[in-house]
Write a protein of this length. Structure first.
Length: 99
């Protein structure tokens, strides 16, 4: 298997794991919110637990950003100019005259 295939496979697995973690954290947070709504006295016990799950969601956002960064590094760079950009450069060069 090539390095590109390995990386693609690992990125897919990481994305699947992130999605699963986010789904579980959201479901748990909903349950915590329901418990607090039913009995506000549970708030002091459940709030720290909810905060930990929110941290999990924040970390998954950071992981997504890292994955996007890795993916972009592996994308070929497109450095071509549009026709308008070429015309503008040509005009600028014509205005400046010979060096």
């Amino acid at each position: 298997m090539s390095n590109k295939k390995d990386l693609d496979s690992l990125l897919d697995e990481a994305l699947d794991n992130i999605r699963d973690d986010r789904k579980m954290a959201r479901e748990f947070l909903n349950e915590v919110a329901n418990q607090i709504a039913k009995d506000p006295d549970h708030n002091k016990y459940l709030s720290p637990v909810a905060a930990k799950h929110i941290e999990t969601l924040q970390r998954s956002n950071e992981q997504l950003v890292k994955i996007i960064s890795i993916t972009q590094k592996n994308q070929p760079k497109n450095v071509s100019l549009s026709d308008d950009e070429k015309d503008e450069l040509f005009d600028l060069l014509q205005e400046q005259g010979p060096a």
